[in-house]
Design a binder for this molecule. Structure first.
Ligand code: UGA
Length: 435
């Protein structure tokens, strides 16, 4: 099928490349010419495992191209809208301006029978409003909402083999359902569960899934606070409650909390929308989820000060990890980068490192000192903070690192090291939620 994807950010680029790999003929559109040039040369503008190979193979097949000219969508039957919905600067609400602009820009190029498919995460009610914009602006064209659940670091796998498909369609629009089944023929053929529903449900599935995940993380981080006050070990607590299949162990890793371009802004946008709808009480717990999450960063700064004898000024601190999670170069709302910047602002001499995110972090905070090589970064440190659990950090050898630092103090912000091993090598080991 001929398909267009509007917006070549994280979501759109992966979606376009995967659809081409699955046999469709795909045109990716972005207003940013520099991004289009990079993608046309087969180079993704961000780090995602497996994506460069996929992009090259899809482009070599002749089934994937990129353009900054929206007119290039002509002839496509399905048009995915995958632009960003960032948090507004002065409120908790999501900015749907890019989604509105993308749909408007499509209108003159739509033919009767075309399907516009929203993928962006939007406040509930957006699809209903845009469905009218599409039917009025392009008679015979229709709209569906098809949220995406991919995780950074696993984006290709999640897109090719999703754990569920959700189609939000207008009542009785069986053509939209059939078109989406054709787009996702491989996944549908593999028995992927499909939920066909109305617009509001589809929009809510997306934000409520992220709200649930954020709540799970903040729940275990709340337990970490209690563990710290009582001498309990939150990692063992998570293992023990996680054996209950109703609870499950996944997303119960206590530590520095959640960040990234999705969970934080989605729970805030959800609360803002609930307030508009007069159901803010229903989501008031999300304020606490957000607050618990932000407190973890505060706690990490306090713990570092404590370990350094109450004084941060002039202390040499190495921060390992800047990305909001491993296998990504994304530093949007990254807890690790936030802690690094706070420590520097408090007078510490911070050296920050990350296997992939040094450049993205440097663009945001040029004032920090960055060293890409781990050994260079830890040399002479008074304290080492492990804040993003990259494999190469989890596998660090305490003896080797111990020979490079000034003081053997390690703060494990992700509970990903073995305290017994590090203590045996002469380190002072501290973590969040562990004795
Ligand atoms: C999240 C969701 O997991 C995806 O399903 C969703 O599609 C995506 O947002 C989105 O809305 O686009 P992502 O932002 O890639 O995906 O990252 P997650 O894997 O959810 O991790 C988010 C944050 O939570 C990271 O900072 C991670 O370190 C933290 N986390 C995760 C914990 O602190 N503890 C855990 O147990 C798990």
């Amino acid at each position: 099928m001929k398909i267009s994807v509007i917006g070549c950010g994280y979501l759109g680029t992966v979606h376009a490349a995967c659809l081409a790999e699955l046999g469709h003929d795909v045109i990716g559109i972005d207003v940013d010419q520099a991004k289009v040039d990079l993608l046309s040369a087969g180079r993704p503008p961000f780090y995602e495992p497996g994506l460069p190979e996929l992009l090259r193979s899809a482009m070599a097949s002749g089934r994937l191209a990129f353009s900054s000219d929206i007119a290039a969508v002509a002839g496509s039957r399905v048009h995915f809208v995958a632009v960003g919905t960032p948090q507004l600067a002065n409120s908790n609400a999501a900015d749907v301006g890019y989604v509105d602009a993308a749909v408007e820009s499509l209108l003159p190029h739509l033919a009767p029978g075309d399907l516009v498919v929203g993928k962006s995460t939007v406040p509930v009610g957006t699809a209903e409003r845009l469905a009218d914009v599409v039917t009025e602006g392009a008679p015979g064209a229709r709209l569906a909402w098809n949220p995406e659940f991919l995780r950074e670091g696993f984006a290709v796998k999640d897109t090719v083999a999703p754990d569920r498909l959700v189609y939000g369609i207008a009542a009785g629009d069986s053509t939209a359902e059939a078109l989406l089944d054709e787009v996702y023929a491989t996944a549908v053929g593999n028995g992927t569960p499909r939920v066909v529903t109305n617009y509001a449900t589809a929009e809510l599935v997306k934000v409520s899934a992220n709200a649930f995940l954020a709540t799970k993380i903040s729940f275990i981080n709340a337990m970490a606070e209690v563990a710290e006050a009582t001498g309990a070990d939150v990692t063992q607590l998570a293992d023990a409650i996680g054996y209950d299949a109703r609870i499950g162990r996944r997303f119960l890793n206590a530590g520095l909390g959640f960040g990234g371009g999705c969970l934080p802004k989605d729970i805030r946008g959800f609360m803002a929308r609930a307030e508009e709808l007069g159901v803010d009480q229903a989501l008031s717990f999300l304020h606490e989820v957000d607050a618990i999450n932000l407190r973890r960063r505060e706690r990490m700064v306090d713990l570092t000060r404590e370990v350094l004898g109450g004084q941060l000024d002039g202390k040499r601190i190495t921060v390992l990890g800047l990305a909001f999670k491993p296998d990504s170069d994304d530093v949007r709302d990254s807890p690790a980068l936030d802690v690094a910047v706070r420590l520097a602002e408090l007078g510490a001499e911070v050296v920050a490192s990350d296997p992939q995110a040094v450049e993205t972090a440097r663009r945001r905070y040029p004032q920090l000192r960055y060293l890409a090589d781990v050994e260079d970064a830890v040399r002479g440190a008074d304290a080492v903070l492990l804040l993003t659990e990259w494999k190469e950090y989890r596998d660090l050898d305490p003896d080797r690192v111990g020979s490079l630092v000034a003081r053997k103090s390690i703060l494990d912000g992700r509970n990903c090291l073995d305290p017994v091993q590090w203590r045996a090598a002469g380190w002072q080991y501290r973590a969040l939620g562990r004795p």
